[in-house]
Write a protein that binds this ligand. Structure first.
Ligand SMILES: [Zn+2]
Ligand SMILES: [Zn+2]
Length: 346
């Protein structure tokens, strides 16, 4: 089969002809129809995030049709439309049995620790393949399994409830889903903190209060807009110490700051005035859970979470096109997502 693989860190991905994977009794073989190109794939190619074993087929946002089913897989049949949960876990360790598979002792991420979706076929455990309703195009089914799933997990981790106000710091792919999902949760006012004028305008058109971080301190602006109170929840989606601190400072009493963006920087907090006196919380958010995915899929199926055509662009399973898309991700963090349409997938 054709695959586009990372052979050497720091170099363009290369096209390869490799065997179709052989499945075990608990696996399914999926004929890939679509695979999302994610910012983290650009990090793997550049060596910013380490990949231990090369060559490797990248791609952790995958949807397609079941081609072959292992003997122990009972919930799927050949021909079923599916999307893929990217964390492969053992199902037996102390975390897996509690439904916390992101801490699995032997967990593997598709497209990082094992071959991913920039290919014609992928082998995954049956437990990682979720039925994809006919109403959801494969392209959306692939892409929603990363940023949208993590945005939903962030709201869940922040224990976001109907009527609560929320500040979202950063309007990229995660923010695009987070803003819509906050609505689905029945949110109060949404404050979108950004510096990009086009994104601020789009956020406003989607019903958020646009907070232009270039014009004045976003914390002051949020405090003023909330009558001095602050917000109930803040989502930090950028990954900088500065915006993480802003997420904490814009909280009101009992507020929760959910940190999703990645940074190696330290952040400072004044425990008494900024956390203790408000009983505020800082919550770390990592990936998402299999148990959250059916809910997410239903939100997309029913049109509550939407990805208009202009927010997606498409390439073929072609190394030149994929490398160009990864190059573009280095220079931009807009909410437009690139998805590989695999010609043989249906
Ligand atoms: Zn991703
Ligand atoms: Zn486990």
């Amino acid at each position: 089969m054709r695959a586009v693989r990372l052979v050497q860190v720091g170099k363009p991905l290369e096209e390869a002809d490799i065997p179709i994977p052989e499945i075990g009794s608990s696996d399914v073989l999926i004929r890939i129809a679509a695979a999302g190109i994610c910012h983290s794939d650009a990090h793997y190619r550049a060596g910013i995030s380490k990949i231990d074993c090369l060559p490797l087929t990248l791609g952790h946002e995958v949807a397609g049709r079941v081609e072959e089913v292992g003997g122990d897989v009972t919930h799927l049949s050949a021909g079923d439309r599916v999307c893929v949960h990217y964390l492969v876990s053992c199902g037996r360790c102390e975390f897996c049995v509690r439904g916390l598979e992101q801490f699995c002792r032997s967990g593997q991420m598709i497209g990082k620790h094992r071959d991913g979706g920039y290919a014609e076929f992928i082998k995954v455990p049956g437990a990682n393949a979720f039925p994809l309703p006919n109403e959801i195009p494969f392209e959306v089914g692939a892409m929603m399994m990363c940023s949208s799933a993590t945005a939903l997990h962030a709201l869940n981790k922040a224990r976001f409830k109907a009527g609560e106000s929320i500040a979202i710091l950063g309007f990229g792919g995660l923010g695009f889903s987070a803003l819509q999902l906050a609505r689905v949760f029945g949110c109060g006012e949404v404050y979108m903190v950004e510096i990009n004028p086009a994104k601020l305008a789009l956020a406003a058109s989607m019903g958020a209060v646009a907070i232009d971080a270039r014009s004045a301190d976003p914390v002051d602006q949020i405090k003023e807009a909330t009558g001095g109170k602050g917000v109930d929840v803040a989502l930090e989606l950028i990954g900088s110490a500065k915006t993480m601190r802003q997420a904490v400072l814009c909280l009101g009493p009992l507020g929760r700051a959910a940190l999703v963006g990645l940074t190696a920087e330290s952040m400072s907090v004044r425990p008494y005035t900024e956390l203790i006196s408000k009983e505020a919380e800082i919550v770390g958010v990592s990936d998402h859970l299999a148990t959250e995915l059916p809910v997410l899929i239903e939100f997309v199926r029913s049109g509550k979470l939407r990805f208009p055509q202009e927010t997606l662009r498409f390439v073929n399973l072609d190394a030149v096109q994929i490398n160009a898309a990864l190059d573009a991700l280095h220079h931009s963090t807009d909410h437009v997502r690139t998805v590989i349409r695999v010609a043989s997938g249906v």
